[in-house]
Design a protein around this ligand. Structure first.
Ligand SMILES: Cc1ncc(COP(=O)(O)O)c(C=O)c1O
Length: 395
């Protein structure tokens, strides 16, 4: 693979993996092809046997998708990446490709709704036990991880409560029992947090979020070392089929080119907004990974370069007040995606985390007054003016 370790991050984001055709196009070519032709039956046989390098079928691999995979693996300084149709396909495959009946998964409780469903509803159907812990408590991780534990899973910061998991220490606990650590690095992005440097084995992304970052396409990725990729992931992905489309890979490649600029600028906007609302009498709590707004700031400093593009607020009242605020907004979009250049506001209790049920949301610390704001690239004063105007419902 193209993995030019000499290049710095900014250069890799734009140039790594680029594989120009004979026409010398500037931008990455889109190879919209389902399959590939062979010069002879002997060549077809050699490709299937693995004696000759080359593409066979786009479910297995495709030149445009490979450019995206090579670029992302190189950005993470890892061996390999498999691009998937969605972020959830990446989460599911990263677990299922390695687990079997009788295995145990230990995960933090603060999880995106669909991941919670996989861990608590789908895996147990196949005889895989899931234990959920309070991810911020190392003692809980220590007592849950044992020799039955095959995989450890967490998101940090988590969606939407922005809980921070101590990546290095959880990895050390997992290593004692040979369990593989999977991190969902969606909120931090490849720009703000580098999990492999802290001992993680597998990184998963929803490319739908910051990597595309412009609301156009679904996608995901699983990044790992050669051994995990060759022995477990590649065979699973090839035969189960949740591969990324070449067109979506092209969109994701274009997204990577501006990822650092967008994530840094959106994070700067998010910090300004969080600071602005920190003392607002109608806001019970502002959660943002920064010194004055997060109890785990010492840990944040150790593993994140900035606080990220998402902030969470709990407003006075509950669902009724949140809905009134949302209905007054003019600029910020009501949606459930995040990481977009457009600012997006979400009410987790009735959308992304609805499936947890009332009890599940209580356990995960998601009250009805909680709002998640994914801060975009607009002028920060325009975003604040929009929220200020909507907050007039309290007068
Ligand atoms: C933290 C996190 N992980 C994974 C996913 C799943 O990604 P996708 O929607 O691309 O399947 C999401 C989606 O909202 C998410 O927020």
């Amino acid at each position: 693979m193209a993995n030019n370790k000499k290049w710095n991050l900014e250069t890799k984001l734009i140039r790594e993996g680029l594989n120009r055709s004979q026409f010398g196009e500037t931008s990455e070519p889109i190879y919209m092809t389902s399959s590939y032709v062979y010069d002879s039956p002997e060549q077809a046989e050699a490709r299937f046997k693995g004696d000759e390098e080359g593409f066979i079928y786009s479910r297995y691999g495709n030149p445009t998708v490979q450019m995206f995979e090579d670029r992302l693996a190189s950005i993470e300084n890892a061996d390999k990446c498999f691009a998937t149709a969605t972020g959830m396909a990446a989460v599911f495959a990263s677990l299922m490709c390695q687990l079997e009946k009788g295995d145990k998964v230990v995960s933090s409780r603060a999880l995106f709704g669909s991941i919670y469903q996989i861990l608590t509803k789908i895996l147990p159907k196949y005889g895989i036990e899931t234990v959920l812990v309070n991810g911020t408590d190392l003692n809980e991780w220590e007592s849950a991880i044992d020799d039955k534990t095959k995989a450890v899973f967490f998101e940090t910061p988590s969606n939407p409560t922005l809980e921070i998991i101590d990546i290095k220490n959880v990895c050390s606990l997992a290593k004692k029992f040979g369990a593989k650590v999977i991190i969902d690095n969606v909120f931090a992005t490849p720009i703000l947090q580098h999990p492999f440097e802290l001992g993680v084995d597998i990184v998963v992304y929803s490319g739908t979020k910051h990597i595309d970052g412009q609301g156009r396409a679904l996608g995901g990725a699983i990044i790992s070392d050669n051994e995990f990729y060759d022995k477990l992931l590649k065979p699973f992905m090839r035969h189960t089929g949740a591969s990324m489309s070449p067109f979506n890979a092209w969109i994701m490649l274009k997204g990577l080119e501006t990822l650092k600029l967008r994530v840094e600028a959106q994070s700067d906007n998010a910090l300004k907004i969080a600071n602005y609302y920190n003392d607002n009498p109608n806001i019970v709590n502002v959660i943002y990974p920064s010194e004055s707004m997060h109890p785990q700031f010492e840990l944040i400093k150790k593993q994140m370069e900035k606080g990220g593009t998402i902030l969470t607020m709990v407003v006075k009242g509950g669902k009724e007040e949140v809905f009134k605020i949302f209905n007054e907004l003019d600029l910020i979009d009501i949606s459930n995606n995040l990481g977009d250049t457009k600012s997006i506001i979400t009410h987790p209790a009735t959308t992304t985390h609805y499936s947890l049920g009332e009890e599940g949301r209580k356990e995960a610390g998601i009250p009805d007054g909680m709002i998640r704001l994914s801060v975009g690239l607009e002028n920060v004063n325009d975003i604040i003016n929009d929220i200020d105007n909507a907050m007039k419902i309290y007068k």
